[in-house]
Write a protein that binds this ligand. Structure first.
Ligand code: ADP
Length: 746
């Protein structure tokens, strides 16, 4: 009784099953070979190929066994059969080595296979017992399977695949089976069972292999999926980064205050431009590619037109200023710089452009302010020194002219001298207003009235010059807060300039004065049909002492004074080509506030009265001035007017005189060495309070705010140098009249 039967397992097959067992094993091993071959086409691993070869040899062994069936009459077949199983063992071992990444030299394998052939030969031809031959060979294959089992055990540690576990178990069992095979084969009752077991083990190995490969594929697939997912996430992150960078760049590009234009390098076609550039050129982004940047350039007549793209590039970057003609025809001077960039994968030029108008204007203003300040100081000094002698000259001339008994020729000559000294006095006044030392007082002025009055005064001149005058005065023009004298001087200057400009005209001169208002600004425009101001001089004409007129005709101060007066009035003066064909000058004032407009009293600027023969008055007047000539001249004027005078040059002495004598009036200089006007006033009125309303101060060219405040506080009038007889007469008479009882003037 077989032990299997004894343990209750009826697995004993009779000899008739042997063929079926071999066939099943044969089929299953070929299935295994086929599967290994198939899988290897996809896995493409060296150890797999070697194992496929091992199974192939094993399948050959079984096939041969099927033919031989233990027939020892055919020793060649037996030898081959044995050799095949030996080679299968070698390949199995070789495959395991390769699985672990170890390299086995092929000549060693060759030698070993040759040895196996020899061994098989010996076994088939010389060994009588099959076991002697089989045991070493099957031991080898059992060891090889064991090695494979260990290989998969180790592999399992790194990759916990079910397939690897099954293969480990499969190879282990396979090794055990192979080790026992020679004995099973020789026990007839177990041979068939052994073959069925081998078929089952081979199928187990086949299924395990499939599972392993599937598991490996699944892992690779998952890794690939994870990689794709990470890749996707990274790509998305990158994309959003690119988008935000692009957006940042776009915002920077679009909102840059400088105009940026990107053009093609060959024909300067505009490829891209920012908002500042769109405003500058007057085109939109949509229509940009229909334009070439070079088409906007206004070439200078003095420079040659560039020919090549490179020449154009240098021209655009180096021209200072570069004049661009906007689409709407406006001309914009600017400074450009450029560089080469890549745009949409192609080389392009990028230009940065900054308008110079605003900068140039500010620079010009700064230069002007610096110049004016330096000049102002110098002129103020000169004018101050000139003022007193001029006052004396003018005064004496008036005194002489007041005598009736002058020979007619002398009178005519003196009148010419008086005329010239008046001009000189005006010039000094001009200098002083230029130096801004003249206190400007403000009143509400109606520019329409001012123009009408001036036109009335200049009627004769216009007629002589055969000039046709047009007035376009806006009715209900808002008034402006201005110094009426200065405003008048401005308009007179502009009319004089216009008349002078039209002197050499072949056609009749035309002068047009317009007033208009808009947006709280009031404008007065004086235009002529003269030759106009050449473009290159437009900036220069406002500079002090710039004149194109002959020596003696122009001082070059008119427009610069106008400029500083207008600045003082928070307005401006500018040139604009006239609609009549010549020059046009605009005076622009801020409109005065409405409430003030209602309440203020309109002022008509004083028109100098001509000197009449002085009438005789009476009264004792103390004249105090440290400048002897002025004091004496004033005393003479007062004498002529009929007053008695006492002249004094030192304030302290004057105070002594006041103590001892009665004076109806004191005319005192304000700026004196020792005591100034204010101190003199307080000491004098301390002695005699009744004198408070009877002191007239002589003010010089420079009246500072403090002095003005003091004069205003005492309420007495003051006499500005240089003064004329008429003014002295009126003022003295007025003060004396308002401080009666004194002898009245006639
Ligand atoms: P001036 O008249 O003494 O020369 P201005 O400052 O008034 O000084 O004028 C400066 C220059 O401006 C003049 O010399 C002249 O070249 C130019 N100018 C002023 N007004 C006119 C005008 N109406 N037409 C042409 N040129 C003018």
């Amino acid at each position: 009784m077989h032990f299997l039967n004894r343990i209750g397992l009826d697995l004993i097959f009779t000899r008739e099953y042997l063929k079926a067992g071999v066939l099943v094993s044969l089929l299953s091993v070929w299935v295994l070979v086929g599967l290994f071959y198939y899988l290897n086409r996809y896995t493409r691993r060296r150890y797999f190929t070697i194992w496929t070869a091992a199974w192939l040899f094993y399948a050959l062994w079984i096939t041969l066994s099927f033919g031989v069936q233990g027939d020892r009459e055919q020793p060649l077949l037996v030898m081959l059969e044995q050799w095949c199983v030996g080679v299968a063992a070698v390949f199995l071992l070789w495959g395991s080595a390769s699985f672990h990444g170890q390299h086995i030299r092929s000549y060693l394998l060759g030698w070993f296979m040759a040895f196996l052939l020899f061994w098989s030969y010996v076994g088939a031809y010389y060994l009588s017992k099959p076991l002697e031959m089989q045991i070493p060979v099957f031991t080898l294959i059992a060891v090889a399977s064991g090695v494979n089992a260990v290989s998969f055990l180790r592999y399992r540690r790194r990759h916990p695949y079910i397939g690897a576990t099954l293969l480990m178990a499969g190879f282990f069992l396979w090794g055990a089976y192979m080790a026992g095979y020679p004995f099973l084969e020789n026990d007839e009752s177990l041979t068939s069972l052994a073959l069925f077991i081998s078929a089952a083990l081979q199928l187990l190995l086949a299924v395990s292999m499939i599972i392993l490969v599937l598991e490996e594929v699944r892992e690779t697939h998952q890794a690939a999926l994870a990689q794709v997912a990470t890749g996707k996430a990274e790509r998305a992150a990158l994309q959003s980064k690119v988008l935000s960078t692009e957006e940042r760049y776009r915002t920077l590009f679009d909102q840059a205050s400088e105009a940026i234009v990107i053009t093609a390098t060959d024909d300067f076609r505009i490829l891209e431009l920012n908002q500042a550039a769109q405003r500058l050129l007057g085109i939109t982004r949509a229509e940009a590619d229909q334009h070439r940047l070079t088409a906007f350039c206004q070439m200078k007549t003095t420079s040659a037109t560039p020919q090549t793209p490179l020449e154009w590039f240098h021209y655009l970057c180096e021209q200072r200023p570069l004049n661009l003609a906007r689409k709407d025809g406006g001309l914009v001077p600017l400074e450009a710089s450029g560089n080469e960039v890549e745009f949409d994968g192609r080389p392009a030029f990028q230009f940065f452009m900054a308008e110079v108008t605003e900068r140039a204007r500010l620079e010009q203003q700064l230069r002007q302010a610096e110049k004016l300040s330096a000049l102002g100081q110098m002129i103020s000094g000169v004018a101050h020194e000139l003022n007193n002698p001029l006052a004396v000259v003018k005064g004496y001339l008036e005194l002489i002219l007041a005598h009736h008994d002058l020979p007619p020729q002398t009178r005519a000559d003196l009148e010419k001298v008086a005329h010239e000294s008046n001009r000189a006095a005006k010039l000094v006044m001009n200098f002083l207003s230029f130096a801004r030392e003249q206190p400007a007082h403000r009143e509400l002025v109606n520019l329409n009235d001012l123009v009408r009055r001036l036109v009335e005064l200049r009627k004769f001149d216009l007629m002589v010059a055969k000039t046709e005058l047009t007035l376009e005065l806006e009715p209900e023009l808002p008034r402006v807060s201005a110094d009426p004298d200065q405003a008048q001087q401005l308009v007179v200057n502009l009319i004089n300039n216009a008349l002078q400009a039209m002197v050499d005209l072949s056609q009749p001169g035309r002068l047009k004065i317009t007033t208009r208002s808009a947006n709280d600004r009031v404008q007065l425009l004086v235009e002529d049909n003269g030759p106009g101001v050449p473009a290159h001089l437009v900036q220069k004409i406002f500079e002090p002492f710039f004149t194109t007129k002959e020596v003696g005709t122009g001082t070059g101060l008119g427009l610069s004074i106008a400029h500083s007066i207008m600045t003082e009035h928070k307005g401006r003066i500018y040139h604009q080509p006239s609609t009549l064909g010549g020059a046009g000058f605009v005076l622009e004032f801020p409109a005065a506030d409405a409430p003030e407009r209602e309440t203020a009293r309109e002022t008509v600027s004083p028109v100098a009265k001509s000197i009449e023969t002085p009438s005789r008055c009476a009264g004792h007047i103390l004249v105090l001035d440290d400048e002897k000539s002025i004091a004496e001249m004033l005393s003479e004027m007062l004498g002529l007017l009929g007053y008695t005078t006492t002249v004094c040059h030192v304030p302290a002495q004057a105070l002594q005189l006041i103590k001892g004598q009665e004076f109806d009036l004191i005319i005192s200089d304000f700026r004196m060495p020792g005591l100034n006007g204010e101190q003199f006033f307080s000491l004098a009125t301390k002695q005699k309070p009744e004198l408070a309303r009877r002191i007239i101060f002589l003010t010089g060219d420079v009246v500072n705010e403090e002095t003005l405040k003091f004069l205003k506080s005492i309420g007495n009038p003051h006499l500005a140098k240089p003064f004329d007889l008429a003014r002295v007469k009126t003022m003295v008479a007025e003060v004396l009249r308002s401080n009666a009882p004194l002898e009245e003037c006639k």
